[in-house]
Design a binder for this molecule. Structure first.
Ligand code: G
Ligand code: G
Ligand code: NA
Ligand code: MN
Length: 254
């Protein structure tokens, strides 16, 4: 496969970039975190979506050096950002199910944080429900270890997998990212709003923060705030940005 072969060489050819999309506190409007999103820019200038190449990276094993690159780059860029802003924003990195199952995951993360002098409390890991359910015991062990190190964890695309919240009690996690499927029609559809409300109520009872994904309209934001959602992310608030634009955005937002 051409894609597979190109992917093997893409790291060495510096074809990857990170874009960052901020998340905002719904009470204060402050940026609470920014999610690093991997971008592959081909020599032709064409961008290929991670949805397309992450599965190939997993099959070929490229995911191992690639995820190391993502974490290192995010840490290095955070150091840059920190010296400009004079504070240290939190950032989030996505982990695929295979990455989450990697044996030396926690060691790799902790040593990279030390190398770049990034406090563990500045990092958040986004994992999917599938990552937890593949091997729940191993997942629980890794999550406990991460928590001992002070690294936060979030469930990404929450609600699209094992829609039951009860299993979450078994895992030490910090927040849910409510999938944008729950946000899209929230302002026009009573059932959507009821679903979002029940996710929020149960998550809060379990002591979890909730971030709404994919907020595109002011009406959605108002309703989410009314429902006591903690934070939001989406094109209405900020698009994913490369480092120079992100730096300007955060400076303006202080
Ligand atoms: O940013 P975009 O909409 O193209 O992201 C598509 C999907 O790719 C999302 O599900 C996102 O979580 C995932 N993704 C983005 N960056 C990374 C990454 O660095 N690692 C992994 N494993 N997934 C990522
Ligand atoms: O699976 P995950 O939630 O990590 O996917 C993040 C992806 O969602 C990113 O690729 C980002 O570009 C995309 N995204 C972020 N905000 C919005 C939005 O408001 N609307 C839509 N349609 N996509 C969004
Ligand atoms: Na994500
Ligand atoms: Mn998500």
């Amino acid at each position: 496969l051409a894609l597979e072969n190109d992917l093997r060489h893409a790291l060495g050819r510096n074809e990857f970039l990170l874009a960052y999309q901020p998340e905002f506190d719904l009470q204060t409007g402050e940026v609470v975190s920014m999610e690093a999103l991997l971008r592959w820019r081909r020599p032709t200038g064409e961008f290929i979506s991670p949805a397309k190449f992450i599965p190939v990276a997993e099959e070929t094993g490229v995911i191992v050096p690639l995820s190391q690159w993502v974490l290192e780059t995010a840490c290095r860029e955070l150091k840059d950002l920190r010296s400009t802003l004079e504070y240290s924003p939190r950032f989030a990195v996505n982990l695929s199910p295979r990455q989450f199952q990697q044996d030396n995951l926690v060691e790799m993360i902790v040593s990279t944080l030390e190398k770049y002098e990034v406090a563990p409390g500045n990092l958040e890991l986004e994992i999917t429900e599938g990552s937890l359910m593949d091997d729940p015991e191993k997942a629980a062990f890794s999550l406990h270890l991460l928590r001992q190190h002070g690294i936060a964890t979030a469930i990404d695309d929450f609600g699209t997998g094992y829609s039951s919240l009860s299993y979450l009690r078994r895992f030490p996690i910090d927040k849910l990212k409510m999938d944008r499927a729950f946000v899209t029609d929230i302002q026009v559809d009573k059932d959507s709003a009821a679903l979002a409300e029940s996710i929020l109520r149960m998550a809060h009872q379990l002591g979890l923060k909730v971030v709404a994904e994919g907020v595109e309209l002011p009406e959605q934001l108002d309703l989410l705030r009314h429902l006591r959602c903690d934070a939001a992310q989406g094109f209405l608030l900020a698009r994913p940005m490369f480092l120079p634009e992100l730096t300007g955005f955060l400076l303006d937002h202080q």
